[in-house]
Design a protein around this ligand. Structure first.
Ligand SMILES: Nc1ncnc2c1ncn2[C@@H]1O[C@H](COP(=O)(O)OP(=O)(O)OP(=O)(O)O)[C@@H](O)[C@H]1O
Ligand SMILES: [Mg+2]
Length: 343
């Protein structure tokens, strides 16, 4: 197994060989089959770090996030939060950890009571965890509204009175209310218009700097995490393909899958030439993923041996890891690429 990343500071979160397989019903008399949603995923997050988790639909990002929150039970593996393995803790023991890990969802109101006022929604976590008196909670709500850039009278209003961007500000205030150590943000801007996306990303960036937040930021697309994350983890079909400090990942991707993802992203400057690398074929079924490297059926660099063993995640540069056996395909541009400090 590879070393953990971010190994200078003691990690706030360390996920070791996390695996989640969902049983799926099949026809009568046939054996139960499994969706291989997440397979042996290992990574860590240092305090104050923002780590992006990126991959196409179905790659297992939400499952990783939900498993860390224990909204989904892991099949195997460890989830070390501040040194304690929370992967198999019971509901009562989890309560304290639940406060310290908060989630921001794509649609923060999907599961909330539409008839509750914004103030009550923001204060809910504080009530569950018995933080402060009613008055202190009201004061904290006012403080949080200001922090996320909403007017103070928002507390008495209802969710339907707010735009998508404002609702996401409420979602962020709700998560921050209990002063969590870690925020898992699952595609928090994916449902928003591009201009509003930028505003919410700026808010998160600002909060990160002011409050020293630690965030696992899940996104579909590499462009969203480019200006925000310290490191990026790239997943495909339940497995980690590459992990790298942000600048290294964008300037010098080392995994064929990252190369393809980057080449698919829109280029802001239309004159900038970029070869478009298209992955062949469709994503295979997670019920029956390919043997060896899961990308091999779509990889233009695949060799026969890629079908035989699952490639280990190995270090190929400072803080840069990839799960690919080939070293002769993608140039390391960081050597001459004006990269001063990789971490
Ligand atoms: N409760 C479940 N039961 C069965 N299969 C599931 C369940 N939840 C997720 N899956 C499957 O697990 C795989 C990973 O799903 P997941 O939602 O984690 O991917 P994702 O990367 O978040 O995708 P998206 O970008 O679409 O949000 C998919 O094949 C999905 O269909
Ligand atoms: Mg998802």
């Amino acid at each position: 197994m590879s070393k953990s990343q971010g190994d200078t500071a003691k990690p706030l979160l360390e996920v070791r060989e996390l695996t989640k397989r969902f049983p799926v019903k099949s026809g009568f008399g046939r054996p139960v089959r499994q969706v291989h949603a997440v397979e042996k995923v290992s990574f860590s997050i240092a305090p104050g770090e923002v780590v992006g988790l990126v991959g196409e639909s179905g790659s297992g990002k939400t499952t990783v996030g939900r498993t860390i929150m224990r909204l989904t039970e892991p099949t195997e593996g460890q989830i070390l939060f501040d040194g304690t393995d929370i992967a198999h803790k019971g509901a009562r023991e989890m309560l304290a950890f639940r406060r310290r890990i908060q989630m921001v969802f794509q649609d923060p109101f999907a599961s909330l009571n539409p008839r509750a006022r914004i103030g009550a929604l923001i204060a809910e976590g504080m009530e569950i965890h018995r933080i402060g008196t009613a008055r202190e909670r009201a004061e904290r709500v006012a403080e949080l509204l200001d922090l996320v850039g909403l007017p103070s009278d928002a507390a008495g209003r209802y969710p339907h009175e707010f735009s998508g961007g404002q609702r996401q500000r409420v979602g962020i205030a709700r998560a921050l209310a209990v002063s969590p150590s870690l925020i898992v943000a699952d595609e928090p801007v994916s449902a928003l218009d591009v201009s509003v996306q930028a505003q919410v990303l700026n808010l998160l960036q600002d909060l990160k700097e002011r409050l020293g937040l630690t965030i696992l930021f899940i996104a579909h697309d590499l462009a969203v995490v480019e200006h925000f994350c310290d490191r990026v983890i790239v997943m495909y079909l339940g497995r980690i393909m590459e992990i790298a400090p942000r600048r290294r990942l964008y300037s010098s991707p080392q995994h064929p899958y990252t190369e393809a993802l980057l080449s698919a992203a829109p280029v802001p400057d239309p004159d900038a030439k970029r070869d478009r690398i298209v992955l062949e074929g469709d994503v295979p079924s997670p019920i029956d993923p390919p043997s060896g490297c899961v990308l091999r059926t779509r990889c233009r660099y695949a060799l026969p041996e890629c079908a035989r063993t699952v490639p280990a995640l190995r270090e190929v540069g400072p803080g840069h890891y990839k799960a690919c056996i080939r070293d002769d395909i993608l140039p390391d541009r960081t050597i001459n690429g004006g990269e001063k400090n990789a971490s």
